[in-house]
Design a protein around this ligand. Sequence first.
Ligand code: APR
Length: 238
Amino acid sequence: MKPQVQPNKIVVLSGSGVSAESGLPTFRDAKGLWNSYSWQELASPEGWHRHPEAVLAFYNERRQKAWQAQPNAAHLAIASLESAYEVVIVTQNVDALHERAGSRNVVHLHGQLAYARGTSEPEPKRYRVDGDPIAMGQLCEDGTQLRPDIVWFGEAVQHFDEAEEHVATAARVLVVGTSLTVYPAASLVQYADRTAQKVLVALDMEEVPRGFTFLQGKAAEIVPALAAKWLSEVRVAE
Ligand code: APR
C-alpha cells in the first residue's frame, strides 16, 4: 500500500555541505577530505585491518574538530521549522550539529563520530565518546578493539528502511549540501512523493533529480530564507 503523504511533514536529506560553514570539510569539493586522504585506506574495512592506528588517528582528529564546531544558520533554520512542522532529518553527516541546533528527529545513515563500537557479532557494543579519542588497546566489554561507529565504504548503512518511509510520507523534501553521489543514500530522493514540494540546495550540482527545484548557493544563506517562507505558509493556512 502506498505510504500516505503527511501535509505537515518535512524531511531534510543533508550532507557535509550543510556543515561546511561550521568549518567542517566536505568530501569531494576542492578542499574535500578525499582529495587529501585515501578513503580506501581510511574509510574501509580493508584499511582498518591493514592499519587501525592510522584509521583511529584520522577519526580522532575529525571527532575533535566536529566536537568543537558550532551549528550554523542552516542548522538553526532547519531546527526552527519544528515550531510549526513535523521535521525529520535524514543525514549522511557524522557530526552532531543538527542535534546541537535543537533538531529532535535526526536519523544518521553513516554513523556518528560521537560513538565508538566494538566488532563482536551479532550486535557490536556501542559507547558514547563525545569528542574523546579512541586508542589502540581500548576494548569493548566483549574484548574487541573499539573502532569509530562510522559506516565505511562497503558496509551497510544504518536505518535505511526508516529513512525511505520518512521520505515517502513527506509533503516537503529539502536536500541540502550533498552531491548525491554515494549510494544507497542518494537513492532516497526517488522515494519523494510526486505531490511533494522538492527543493535542493548546493553550491553546484551535476544532475538535479527530477521534480526538484535547484537553489544554487550557500546553505547558511539560502536555507533560512526557505524556512521563513515555509513557516509563513503555515501561518497563512491557519
Ligand atoms: N552550502 C551548500 N552546499 C554546499 C556548501 C555550502 N556551504 N559547500 C559545499 N556544498 C555542496 C557541494 O556543492 C556538494 O554538492 O555539498 C556537496 C558536498 O558533496 P560531497 O563532498 O560529495 O559530500 P556528501 O554528499 O556529504 O558525501 C556523501 O560520501 O564520503 C562519503 O560517507 C561520506 O557521508 C559521506 C558521503
